[in-house]
Design a protein around this ligand. Sequence first.
Ligand code: FES
Length: 281
Amino acid sequence: MWNYTEKVLDHFRNPRNVGVIPDPDGVGEVGSMACGDALKFTFKLGKDGRIADAKFQTFGCASAIASSSALTEIVKGMTLEEAAKVTNQHIADYLGGLPEQKMHCSVMGREALEVAIENYRTGKSVKKILEGKVICTCFGVTEEEIERAIRENNLTTVEQVTNYTKAGGGCGQCHPDIERIIKKIQEERKKAVAASAPRKMTGVQRIKLIEETIEREIRPMLQRDGGDLELIDVSGNKVTISFRGMCAGCQVAEVTMKDVVEAKLREFVSPDLVVEEEENA
Ligand code: FES
């Protein structure tokens, strides 16, 4: 049994905006019955250029239904420019989170929205067109889709990529390719950080870089497990933090996570940093 939030269960049991809009302005279809999930998303614009109505039909699990339902609620009232910026993380956040293994349902919603907007703007196919090299032939997932999921969600393992895109969830032959893509993006990130890092940082710049690294590299990782951390203080090379949520109060997790946090800060900020936990946190 999946650990669903109350909001996921509510949208699953009482899905909003089910159906197909007659004479819609945009239509997007993604997934396939063969893969187990499919979604058709339609929208209609109002006279003010905002999305006046949005409906969905889906074949899938509770998370697919909840994600599709949430998507329709999120985009109603938005301009197409605003809707085009909706990410899978917005959908998951709206639902109070999704189990990691079900994140691909939120990605499917974002993809259907994109296809529908493209359909409105260009009149092109209402179905998702696979552009670029297909990496996972079992689920028809391209290199571009995998790269995007990794970048947008800070994914670091093949298992996470499978959770978010389904790629790698079948025969497993694409795993080396997925690992290669993860490594490529990690290298790119390191280079970008090295290029942007000033040679000699002031104290303020150092704190800012620590905060940015926590935000980009560490917090998403902790939040996926229901935890979080707070930066308490930076004094010289000593960084004091405090774990929150599931991470707090678990001795084993603290030791492990403290090491992970320290490794990340050393990698992206400075190799001399030492991480300590706030006492009596
Ligand atoms: S090719 Fe990706 S799981 Fe089979």
